[in-house]
Design a protein around this ligand. Structure first.
Ligand code: MN
Length: 251
């Protein structure tokens, strides 16, 4: 693949256990735009939940086959729903598990990639949950349960998270400006890309007087799309390749 080919970034597909229209959409994306890309980055919440690589959920296994058939590097950053995706599934999908934040060289220059939940520091309840479930101890204890029990717990967590999202103020569930500035300072790059908030946009921001761009990816169960990065910079697109409509942006 030509090094001038664009890199593509997606997140927040929220795929369910069983195949459906969302799975078909991502398989079409892998057969379409991804075929002419130089790299694919998946920034978490690929799945609505993940209970272990042994679960064998039909949609996830078909997706793994689709990802595996790509002949470009695929990197995956965990989201707050699929933080248990492990090396076994990554191997089946032919993708690399990547740290959050991930520093990469994109066709337009250096960038930092994240799922995005770590930026939502005003949501202290989620930050505490995040710290708990990212610990090796918690994960080992969870994965030691029988599959049916893990599924039951994951369904409970999803329902709880949905209830809480409905009562939390919108501002609490968006990124915190100080957290964003801190990541820009640490990474020392002009471009940040993340998902999680479901507020697609390309924000022009200034950090310590330096111009920066913060790209937020769309959620596929709302208005699906992807970010294309070529030498000139990032462009948000719908799945048919058309520019992402301005009226759907959270600028
Ligand atoms: Mn998320």
């Amino acid at each position: 693949m030509s090094p001038r080919a664009p890199a593509l970034v997606i997140s927040d597909l929220h795929l369910d256990r069983e195949p459906g229209p969302l799975l078909e959409a991502v398989l079409a994306f892998l057969e379409g735009p991804a075929r002419t890309a130089s790299a694919l980055y998946i920034l978490g919440d690929l799945f609505e939940y993940w209970v272990g690589d042994d679960a064998g959920f039909p949609a996830a296994e078909r997706l793994a086959a689709g990802l595996k058939s790509l002949d470009i590097p695929v990197s995956f950053i965990h989201g707050n729903r699929d933080f248990l995706v492990g090396e076994a599934y990554a191997a089946r999908a032919g993708m690399q598990l990547a740290p959050d934040p991930l520093h990469v060289a994109l066709p337009c220059g250096p960038a930092v990639l994240l799922h995005g939940d770590s930026l939502c520091t005003d949501d202290t309840e989620h930050m505490a949950f995040r710290q708990q479930v990212r610990s090796g101890e918690w994960q080992q204890a969870f994965l030691a349960h029988p599959l049916e029990e893990r599924i039951r717990q994951a369904e409970d967590m999803r329902a709880t998270s949905r209830d809480k999202s409905q009562i939390k103020a919108a501002a609490i569930m968006d990124v915190n400006d100080t957290a964003v500035a801190d990541v820009f300072r640490d990474a020392d790059v002009p471009l940040m890309i993340h998902g999680h908030t479901h507020r697609p946009a390309i924000h022009e921001v200034s950090v310590d007087g330096q111009p920066r761009q913060r790209c937020v990816l769309p959620a596929w169960d709302e208005h699906p799309g992807y970010l294309e990065i070529n030498a000139a910079g990032p462009i948000l697109r719908r799945l048919d390749g058309s520019p992402y409509p301005k009226q759907l942006l959270h600028a």
